[in-house]
Design a protein around this ligand. Structure first.
Ligand SMILES: *Cc1c(COP(=O)(O)O)cnc(C)c1O
Length: 402
């Protein structure tokens, strides 16, 4: 018989969200009358707004006409790439440095092929699971021991360092995953911090994969919305971003990666050329309908709609944060990000998760599921209908005293 990819056997437990779904199902089965509210998974809940939706509809309609029909689009529709460069990067990149995809999680998985199984990895701890699990699957992380994988350097982000890690821990020639605004902590790195990150990467011969999926939630104009606001980032960073959260495209699927031509490997070869080769080989592009929606999202009207949608979720975040603060629970995030990271010192985060589910019938995400430094924290997501978020906040106020 054919044998299993041994890297997959190295994956620790199940993926976080199926495990949460399982515990929710078990609770629901035992408590059939409970009206469970989810502030757990970071999945969007509100409808696509009208102008952007009209773009999707028009994209679909055109496919039914001889003049409007289009097939494979390789790296993406030129108009969409041009608009992304203009709206997100002030026109800094040529359209061939922007690769359209079916989402940034998928890109993160594929990007790992650029570096293969021999690469050293550094991640913020806690972090979005695909950075670690994707590295394990590709063989870049050796076996799991105690609390983490050998081959992966965990950069603890804690209350003590205000959720920005000590970059001295990064080994030379590492691939650094960095997410800001951060999922799960909700922390946003400022310009000085990202400058240190870029300088560290350049000094240590590292490449950063910068995940900017929540950039459109930033309201404080002093905070960078892209790593490329930092000098020389184009020599050391790839950025991924997505329409999932700001435009509600989680189910429509549209994202992009920026791979600057200035980015080189140790041997001087072009990372851009390899990314072009990889995407051309194993990926056939994002849906043309989704791309038509993306083009509409980057019109003046679409940008206003994304602002309104992110404002809506940020208002939810504020309600949750204020509720927790009134309960005396220490938390961060929720101002320039849709996540609130709540601290329960000395408690096991799965235990806190279970207590909130039992007492309030509210689903959260246990911090330990995002990495060892997430122990003692629980993540609240602001993605939800307003009435559900208000109801969840009322229940937390009435029933939660941990
Ligand atoms: C939701 C999310 C993404 C977006 O993934 P898509 O595949 O584009 O839907 C990327 N990174 C982080 C950290 C996320 O939370």
């Amino acid at each position: 018989m054919i044998t299993r990819n041994k890297n997959i056997a190295n994956l620790k437990a199940g993926y976080l969200f199926p495990e949460i779904a399982k515990r929710r199902r078990e609770f629901a089965a035992a408590n059939p009358d409970a009206k469970i509210i989810s502030l757990g998974i970071g999945n969007t809940t509100e409808p696509v707004l009208p102008h952007i939706n009209a773009g999707l509809v028009e994209g679909a309609r055109k496919l039914g006409t001889v003049e409007g029909y289009s097939g494979y689009q390789d790296e993406g529709l030129p108009l969409l790439r041009e608009k992304i460069s203009k709206v997100f990067y002030n026109g800094k990149f040529s359209i061939d440095e922007i690769f359209i995809s079916d989402g940034s999680k998928c890109d993160i998985g594929r990007l790992q092929m650029l570096f293969g199984s021999g690469v050293k990895i550094a991640v913020q701890d806690p972090s979005y699971p695909v950075y670690v699990d994707g590295s394990v699957i590709i063989g870049a992380a050796a076996s799991f021991k105690d609390t983490g994988y050998a081959g992966i350097t965990y950069l603890p982000c804690t209350a003590e360092n205000i959720f920005f890690p000590n970059l001295d821990l990064i080994e030379n020639n590492s691939l650094i995953y960095f997410c800001s605004p951060n999922n799960p902590t909700g922390a946003v790195s400022d310009r000085a911090q990202l400058t240190v990150l870029v300088n560290t990467a350049i000094t240590k011969g590292c490449i950063i994969i910068f995940d900017a999926a929540y950039s459109e939630f930033i309201r404080d104009s002093s905070l960078p919305k892209t790593i490329y606001e930092i000098d020389r980032a184009d020599e050391c960073a790839i950025e991924v971003n997505s329409f999932s959260k700001p435009a509600g495209f989680t189910g429509i699927r549209l994202g992009w990666s920026v791979v600057p031509k200035a980015l080189k490997y140790a041997g001087g070869e072009s990372v851009h050329a390899d990314w072009s080769r990889i995407t051309g080989t194993i990926f056939n592009g994002a849906s043309n309908i989704a791309q038509a929606g993306g083009i509409a999202a980057l019109d003046d009207e679409g940008i206003k709609e994304m602002r309104a949608l992110t404002d809506f979720y940020l208002t939810n975040a504020k309600l949750i944060r204020e509720t927790l603060q009134k309960l005396g629970i220490n938390c961060i995030g929720g101002d320039n990000s849709p996540y609130i990271w709540a601290r329960f010192p000395g408690k096991d985060s799965w235990e806190v998760f279970a207590q909130i589910l039992e007492k309030c019938h509210v689903v959260t995400t246990p911090g330990a599921g995002f990495g060892p430094a997430g122990q003692g924290f629980v993540r609240f997501s602001a993605f939800g209908h307003r009435a559900d978020v208000e109801e969840a906040c009322n229940r937390l106020t009435d029933k939660l005293s941990i």
